[in-house]
Design a protein around this ligand. Structure first.
Ligand code: GUN
Length: 285
């Protein structure tokens, strides 16, 4: 079997056109340009690329984006002071603090400090709680993007066994919660570093989602023939970007697969733009 390639770039481009049209309509009616404030602490090269891509995407869709760069040695109180300032600025509708933060900083109090109404990542505990209860204010961008991919590709989630590799707060945990929600109706198994005999579990997946952060961790022997494989990983290996899935080998077993780059990544960005527009609309009511 040769897997069908899922073109996340194309799906996200259609999504961004819709967002651009809705943004133009909103701005035309209100005179307000939705604004995302991105905070980047330190000089992690991957984070710099992600934040730049997010900024560019905003500008292309008619949203305003401002980047707040802080030095590597920023203190906890300096970072939280900036968050407070952005909370208090009525022209800022969405706030994103790029993770991971440098070692001396604790992300939890920073995310707790973001006004829930401006938390376009959906990481604040209030928004996590609302999402878990099935009445989301903002859906977290990566899992939301993955659901949109599955929907676009007409991949049935109802009754399907979705196996997620990784239990992060950003992807694995919310992904599981969203897939078992009414409407998605999947049966979910979450695997992690302590899971025994992981290949036996992943081989039972109808939908396999790899968000483990280990380059090319998933190989064909871990995949049920005909499964759909979603690769969330972005790893740089010898100046080459690879996912958490060994693409060549997996393509021979899966029925459909997302590439890296050009799969999940562009959808994450599109969902961030969607949340920023939603935030502006809600704050303007
Ligand atoms: N780091 C990796 N993914 C994300 C994300 O979706 N949001 C933020 N803020 N940081 C990240």
């Amino acid at each position: 079997m040769t897997a069908r390639l899922i073109d996340g770039k194309q799906i996200s481009s259609a999504e961004r056109s819709t967002i651009a049209a809705e943004t133009a309509e909103f701005s035309g009616q209100t005179g307000i340009v939705p604004q995302l404030a991105a905070v980047l602490v330190g000089d992690d090269p991957a984070s710099q690329v992600y934040v730049r891509n997010k900024e560019r995407a905003c500008q292309k869709c008619g949203l305003k984006s401002t980047l707040h760069r802080l030095p590597q040695e920023t203190t906890q109180s300096e970072l939280q002071q900036l968050v407070k300032q952005l909370n208090d600025d009525p022209a800022v509708h969405g706030i994103l603090v790029q993770l991971p933060l440098p070692d001396q900083l604790d992300a939890i109090p920073v995310l707790d400090a973001i006004l829930p109404a401006k938390d376009v990542d959906g990481f604040h505990p209030e928004n996590v709680g609302l999402m878990l209860q099935g009445r989301p204010r903002f859906l977290p961008c990566t899992p939301h993007g993955i659901l949109r991919i599955l929907d676009h590709e007409r991949i049935e989630t109802s009754g399907a066994h979705a196996v997620i590799i990784g239990r992060s707060d950003i992807v694995g945990k919310p992904m599981g919660a969203m897939l078992i929600q009414r409407g998605a109706d999947a049966t979910v198994t979450t695997c992690h570093s302590r899971t025994k005999d992981i290949a036996t579990i992943t081989a039972q997946a109808d939908i396999l989602i790899a968000a483990v952060g280990i380059p090319e961790f998933v190989t064909s022997d871990m995949i049920r023939p005909g499964a759909v494989v979603i690769d969330v990983g972005i790893n740089r290996v010898n100046d080459r970007l690879v996912g958490d899935v060994h693409f060549e080998s997996a393509s021979g077993t899966a029925s459909a697969i997302t590439p890296v780059p050009g799969g999940v990544g562009p959808m994450t960005i599109a969902m961030l733009l969607r949340n920023t527009l939603t935030a502006a609309v809600q704050q303007t009511r």
